[in-house]
Design a protein around this ligand. Structure first.
Ligand code: VAH
Length: 313
């Protein structure tokens, strides 16, 4: 029976994934960890501890004490924040992954690590972006994700560690906000629509990116870890997507619920350049073939659900 440790549990993904894992495997089986305190709901619903995921000894002790057999390693610095301090992004993203993989090798744990469409760069085919293609990202975040995919593959082939992961697109959710990424606009637009009826977007109106509603992202993370290993060819870097969205598309869907909603644009050149370096549409056929990936939310269903929850306050 799975005993799980989650790093970065208080982040945008972790705040959804931990409750889902606890619901599926049992509250006491899922140890939530983060560099800082998490919400009282998460800390009271099951085991929690403050943990610096870059500290290999501390990670090893936490895994041993919890008798974890699976680690969902979510702790990372995202693309936009990473460009403000690239050396810190490299240190946090790579030292934490190295620590988790070393502990997994020593204690026989399986490891889930999220990669990202951020592994692709200007030289990658944009539409569709194949599962196997050139990856020369122009952000430190993307560089750490490419290196992370390769490190996870290495620990699998060299040491037999059961490493798996998916390349997430932009993730949209309510609750814990995203941690400073280039796709944060796709979350902010819903909050500002409900709060103010208008949103000033930091990327241009036709900026198209792959996106996914968080319930689908949680199913993808659990789904790839529950997959039959004999079917897996790609293991650590499955493209997964649900929809391709632009700010204009999202504004039009929001107006079906909030008729007077206004979107304006004040482009941030740094985040626009990052978004422009990423795909327009990734091909997720490998995930569909190897572990039956299938998204459940499209723009219409996601928007209705987001606005319902945000209006509940
Ligand atoms: C970011 N939300 O913007 C993350 C994600 C594909 C984007 O990796 O950095």
């Amino acid at each position: 029976m799975k005993r799980i440790l989650v790093t970065g549990a208080g982040g945008q993904i972790g705040s959804w994934l931990v409750p889902a894992l606890r619901s599926q495997y049992g509250d006491a089986k899922v140890l939530a960890t983060d560099i800082r305190q998490v919400s009282p709901e998460m800390a009271e619903a099951g085991p929690f501890q403050v943990l610096d995921a870059t500290d290999v000894r501390a990670v090893g002790q936490a895994v041993m004490r919890h008798r974890a057999d699976t680690v969902f390693h979510l702790a990372a610095i995202l693309s936009a924040v990473g460009e403000r301090d690239p050396r810190l992004a490299w240190h946090v993203n790579m030292s934490s992954l190295e620590a988790v993989l070393e502990v997994a090798r020593e204690q026989g744990c399986a490891v889930f690590t999220p990669s990202s469409i951020g592994v692709f760069g200007p030289g990658t085919p944009k539409n569709p972006t194949p599962q196997d293609t050139i990856m020369r990202p122009t952000t430190m975040y993307g560089i750490t994700k490419v290196a992370g995919e390769l490190l996870c593959d290495y620990y699998h082939h060299r040491f037999g560690v059961d490493t798996r992961g998916v390349r997430f697109p932009g993730l949209i959710s309510y609750g814990q906000p995203p941690g400073g990424g280039t796709t944060d606009w796709a979350v902010e637009i819903y909050y500002r629509a409900v709060q103010h009826g208008r949103y000033r977007c930091f990327v241009g109106p036709d900026t198209q990116l792959d996106m996914m509603y968080m319930p689908d992202a949680v199913r993808a993370a659990i789904g790839v870890m529950e997959a039959d290993p004999a079917r897996l060819v790609h293991r650590n870097a499955f493209n997964v997507t649900a929809m391709q969205l632009t700010p204009e598309m999202m504004a039009a869907e929001i107006r079906k619920h909030i008729p007077g909603f206004i979107i304006e644009y004040e482009v941030d050149p740094v985040r626009q350049a990052i978004a422009d370096s990423w795909p327009d549409r990734i091909d997720d056929s490998a995930a569909r073939q190897e572990w039956d990936w299938e998204p459940a939310f499209d723009l219409e269903r996601m928007t209705a659900d987001m606005l319902k929850h945000l209006n509940q306050g």
